[in-house]
Write a protein that binds this ligand. Structure first.
Ligand SMILES: NC(=O)c1ccc[n+]([C@@H]2O[C@H](COP(=O)([O-])OP(=O)(O)OC[C@H]3O[C@@H](n4cnc5c(N)ncnc54)[C@H](OP(=O)(O)O)[C@@H]3O)[C@@H](O)[C@H]2O)c1
Length: 237
């Protein structure tokens, strides 16, 4: 079986909307098996979409213990299969001048954008092996030396933490054959962007970015490891 025929097993977090939803749809339309992780129940639009696709969708809500999610994913995989991709897409953007932030904001920002990444990785790492690819969705704001926006200090710091985690984890896992990369995205027209920057028109729509993220997860580990790739036409994006 050549690589393009092989149905891959991919986890996508934050799967209910925006870039995550678009990534899930692209993978399903390409015939892969997707494990969507979300705080939400599977919504009707995605259920209807997935029913018409060659791929297969499994849905888990993240209020379930992640150890149970891992067990459930493991139960779907057949004996000779592994988790081929883990796309850490879920993210929260707190847009507030640092001087007005509270400790609750700090904790919440790092809880969603950093600790959830750690937690999902630890819960699912036993299902991965040689050829698996972990993809962190970070942001141009988390890249050293990029233009920064007032109000995004917490968000950018959290994304920066995940970028450095990418480099560090990739060296730890090189002997296991598991690649770890980060995509530092520029602006994409999603609810997150609309809420943070009302009226801003992004040059990229979720469907296009979702397709790119999915393709990168499927193929990027053959060319990259431990890299933080900037996916933006310009900076500021
Ligand atoms: N849009 C941009 O311009 C842009 C630029 C750079 C980077 N990014 C990154 O791209 C990723 C996707 O963002 P998006 O633009 O598609 O945003 P979005 O439409 O707001 O979607 C973000 C997803 O993250 C999950 N999420 C949000 N708040 C959460 C919370 N408090 N706890 C747990 N999960 C939460 C949600 O998933 P569920 O509801 O399914 O749980 C949601 O579907 C994020 O990591 C974001 O930082 C976006």
């Amino acid at each position: 079986m050549n690589d393009s025929d092989y149905k891959k097993n991919i986890v996508v977090t934050g799967a209910s909307r925006g870039i995550g939803l678009a990534t899930v749809k692209y993978l399903l339309s390409s015939g892969h098996r997707v494990f969507g992780l979300s705080r939400q129940n599977l919504h009707a639009e995605l259920a209807t979409f997935s029913a018409d696709q060659p791929g297969e969708l499994h849905w888990y809500t993240t209020d379930t213990d992640l150890a149970l999610v891992s067990q459930a994913v493991s139960g779907v995989l057949s004996e000779n299969e592994q988790l081929d991709g883990l796309i850490h897409n879920a993210g929260l953007l707190i847009n507030k001048p640092f001087s007005e932030t509270t400790e609750d904001d700090w904790v919440m920002q790092f809880e969603v954008n950093v600790f959830m990444v750690f937690r999902c990785t630890r819960a699912l790492e036993s299902l991965m092996g040689p050829g698996s690819h972990v993809v962190h969705i970070t942001s141009m704001g988390g890249v050293q030396g990029s233009s920064k926006f007032p109000g995004l200090s917490l968000y950018s710091a959290a994304k920066g933490a995940v970028s450095i985690f990418t480099e560090s984890l990739s060296t730890e896992w090189v002997d296991r054959g598991i690649a770890v990369n980060a995509l530092a995205l520029g602006a994409v027209q999603t609810e997150m962007l609309d809420e943070a920057f009302p009226g801003l028109e992004a040059p990229v729509q979720p469907a296009e970015m979702g397709g790119y993220v999915a393709d990168f997860c499927l193929k990027g580990h053959r060319l990259f490891n431990g890299k933080i790739l900037q996916v933006a036409m310009q900076n500021p994006a």
